[in-house]
Design a binder for this molecule. Structure first.
Ligand SMILES: [Zn+2]
Length: 415
């Protein structure tokens, strides 16, 4: 299976917005840009919401057949490891092998030695097309990188072969992810990570590094945009080099995780993709569920009531809900509205506070982040929540489609 040049991960916690999401891709196609939708839902989300892995596949299949989508589409086993991959085998055809936990773990000395032996031919200055200054490499540097990353790549190899044995090599797409770690990978590290991926025989079509800056869930990028732009460009240059040098898949591309709502880096991403004629996989952070809340609020009546209940519920269970996401949210508790304030909001006020429109004064990124992790409250409402999604399907769908198309697809791929 080949992953097309542009692909876009859509998360859908409650599996009701498949069609509304697909509409955004249909709109892009209407503008002449083909983007493959990839439905993703992590093991953590499945556990919290108590949904089955098969439900994501069904949602995608149903949306595709209802809207007569003839392009490719995929279902992502997002951030899996050997421990939970089996749950995703049947329903998925895209596997995000998450090996971040293995970075820096002790690796066999002999493996390090033979890796360094093989790659010490790059010691000295290495000029890479697209990077201004030549990279300076030493044997010590390569040793250090091998010690830090070799075990992680070997783990990716194990997971890959496990999936391959069950599904067959041509029946799925492989991504290697190292984004959920503290420090970004440098271009030099990327070269040897990619070399190791080639050595392991992993036919990766996308790789998710950790970039500089903070990629908090559902809000804009926080960090040095210029530094990000440089890193992104350098990574594209390194990938183009590594593909030729190590014989990796020709369509290997970068994957940006938690890529939704990172409005301030879309322009540099767009420029870099054009400059390198590169592809991109961008994963969103499951913010479709926030569009459901916006739609419910805008519907007014019991829709608005449900949105208010979810906020007050989330506020009262702040620590429990934020805990699993502590490293990817930054909420200033003092700036959260009180339950009384929120209960007095009109539908429009609720939507304005939540919708990610930075030019709107009423937008509150603290409220947005809290609601983002508050989906457990909606899940606990069970049928009350699902029935409201069905009752207010139209207004919710409008918001879901508009968010993906106008705020994401357009600035990244269509300008
Ligand atoms: Zn990730």
């Amino acid at each position: 299976m080949i992953l097309e040049k542009y692909s876009f991960g859509v998360g859908d916690r409650f599996s009701h917005q498949g069609k509304a999401q697909l509409q955004a891709f249909i709109k892009a196609k209407g503008q002449g840009v083909d983007i493959t939708p990839v439905w993703n839902k992590s093991h953590r989300e499945h556990t919290i919401i108590k949904t089955t892995h098969a439900s994501v596949r069904k949602e995608a299949d149903d949306a595709v057949s209802d809207l007569n989508w003839t392009g490719p589409y995929l279902v992502d086993a997002d951030h899996i490891g050997l421990k939970n991959v089996d749950l995703f085998i049947d329903s998925s055809d895209f596997f995000t092998l998450d090996v971040a936990d293995f970075i820096g773990q002790a690796v066999d000395e002999g493996d390090v030695k033979s890796f360094v032996e093989k790659y010490k031919k790059y010691v000295g200055e290495l000029a890479i097309e697209g990077i201004d200054e030549p990279l300076v490499l030493s044997e010590e540097k390569i040793t250090e990188i091998a010690k830090k990353y070799l075990l992680a790549v070997k783990e990716a190899g194990k997971i890959y072969r496990h999936v391959e044995a069950k599904k067959g090599a041509d029946n799925f797409i492989t991504e290697v992810s190292m984004d959920e770690t503290d420090s970004p990978q440098t271009p030099i590290e990327m070269i040897f990570i990619l070399a190791a991926i080639a050595d392991e025989g992993i036919p990766a079509q996308t790789i998710a590094p950790k970039f500089t800056g903070r990629f908090n869930k559902g809000v804009d990028y926080v960090g040095d945009v210029e530094q990000f732009a440089k890193e992104f460009n350098d990574d594209l240059a390194v990938i183009a080099f590594a593909v030729k040098e190590f014989g990796l898949k020709k369509n290997l591309k970068l994957s940006v995780h938690s890529g939704s709502d990172k409005f301030s880096i879309y322009k540099p991403i767009n420029h870099a993709l054009k400059k390198f004629d590169a592809g991109l996989h961008i994963k969103t952070a499951g913010t479709t569920w926030l569009e459901e809340l916006i739609g419910l609020a805008m519907a007014g009546g019991d829709g608005l009531e449900i949105a208010g209940c979810i906020y007050t519920g989330a506020l009262s269970r702040f620590d429990e809900l934020c805990g699993p996401y502590a490293t990817v949210i930054d909420i200033d508790k003092d700036k959260l509205p009180t339950p009384d304030e929120v209960n007095s909001y009109s539908g429009e006020q609720f939507a304005d506070a939540l919708r990610h429109n930075q030019s709107c004064e009423k937008y509150n990124l603290n409220l947005r982040q809290l609601l983002h992790v508050g989906y457990k409250i909606a899940a606990e409402m069970g049928d009350d929540y699902y029935n409201a999604l069905e009752k207010y399907e139209d207004i919710i769908a409008q918001n879901v489609t508009e968010n993906i198309y106008e705020r994401h697809i357009k600035p990244i791929f269509l300008t």
